[in-house]
Design a protein around this ligand. Structure first.
Ligand code: GAF
Length: 388
């Protein structure tokens, strides 16, 4: 993480009682492939990045008063866990994770916290999962004797999104933030929760994100709508095949989906069609990665973009434009990363094409949209940890 722990510490000392606390860090994430598959019990292929959240925390001796300072927003707020959830959306992450950790048996009491982050917000790199994992890690250490397992911290972060933020997300982002390892991406089966670390060092290639800087206003409700479509298809499958168990779309094969085509709306069918295809693509991608076949991996990334754009309909004009520029520059693979509706494309590009691609993307994007896309070179970093 590029952020400076001394910077966070200086603010913690200044805004509270001059004492230092314990310091924790959690990263944001990238995802190579496997989008909108996590809440469908499918596979994802994320890795933690070198950007994240750092929080300093110290028990303050009160029964349940949280004194919180967001360094980036320069916003100070005190609230009690026995009160209603705070109005400020950043404070809800703290309030929510406290409640969820409490459910896991952590006797959370009052504490002071100051935190800062360098995960670009709205870029689809999971700044919110970084916050949840970081706070969960800190609470586990301060109040829970570190007895809550990493997986339960992942689930507490996800429950915070569901219950206090209003996004019915899957487990990919929190998983990557907790379990990430420098130099490795992870293939996670979201149904069994088994996962494998893959070393990621594609010789001769670079992984780079281009940020469209589009922030979609209705992103969370549109995301929840996509999830609902998948659940509608699962309900139709369960009705069609009463003898079988359908918990998520992962339990369906292509024949099953074809069998309920007339029972579901055209839109829901398209969504499910994307999800089944994406599950196949993640498996093909793992094979390609194992063989070092980056051309095939890249082809699969383009296919995912196409599906996210045309079938799942979570792209936007700007992201499709960035994808076209990648193609025109001979970039090996390019696609929308994360939930969509804005944010970044992730691009696998040969080193010798990198400079020309970035220049062309900046120039053409600025000509069309009047602003230059931000460029983030991906560095795969470590997961949640205590820094001091
Ligand atoms: C967002 C969600 F938080 C994840 O759970 C996942 O569904 C992703 O969108 C799409 O793959 O980041």
């Amino acid at each position: 993480m590029r952020m400076d722990i001394e910077f966070v510490r200086s603010r913690f000392i200044k805004h509270f009682d001059g004492k230092t606390g314990s310091v924790y860090a959690s990263p944001g994430r990238i995802n190579l492939i496997g989008e909108h598959t996590d809440y469908n019990g499918g596979y994802v292929f994320p890795g933690a990045v070198d950007k994240g959240i750092i929080a300093e925390m110290r028990i303050n001796g009160t029964p349940d008063t949280i004194r919180a300072y967001s360094i980036d927003l320069k916003d100070r707020l005190d609230f009690r866990l026995s009160d209603q959830k705070p109005q400020a959306s950043w404070a809800r992450y703290i309030y929510g994770i406290c409640k969820e950790m409490w459910k896991l048996g952590v006797p959370v009491k009052g504490f002071n916290i100051a935190f800062a982050g360098d995960v670009p917000q709205g870029a689809g790199m999971s700044s919110s999962a970084a916050m949840e994992s970081c706070f969960a890690f800190g609470l586990n250490d301060l109040f829970g004797d570190n007895k809550v397992t990493p997986w339960n911290m992942v689930l507490a972060g996800q429950a915070t999104e569901h219950n206090y933020v209003g996004v019915n997300c899957g487990i990919m982002d929190q998983f990557a933030s907790v379990f990430g390892k420098r130099g490795y991406v992870m293939r996670l089966d979201c149904r069994s929760r088994e996962f494998e670390y893959f070393p990621f060092d594609p010789k001769g290639y670079k992984l780079v994100l281009l940020d469209s800087a589009v922030k979609h206003e209705l992103a969370s409700s549109a995301y929840n709508d996509r999830r609902k479509s998948c659940e509608n298809v699962v309900a139709a499958l369960a009705a069609k095949f009463p003898g079988r168990k359908f918990e998520t779309l992962r339990d369906a094969n292509w024949d099953d989906l074809a069998a309920v085509k007339e029972d579901v709306s055209e839109e829901d069918y398209k969504r499910a069609h994307f999800v089944l295809g994406e599950t196949d693509r993640v498996l093909a991608f793992s094979d390609a990665l194992t063989k070092g076949d980056y051309e095939e991996a890249g082809r699969l990334m383009y296919a995912t973009h196409e599906g996210l754009s045309k079938e799942y309909e979570v792209s936007c004009e700007e992201l499709d434009f960035l994808n076209e520029i990648a193609k025109a520059n001979g970039v090996t693979g390019s696609r929308i990363m994360g939930g969509g509706f804005g944010g970044c494309t992730i691009n696998l590009v040969k080193e010798d094409l990198y400079a020309q691609f970035i220049d062309d993307a900046k120039k053409k994007y600025a000509e069309k949209y009047g602003r230059v896309p931000k460029v983030y070179d991906v560095v795969i970093g470590d997961g949640s940890r205590k820094l001091a």
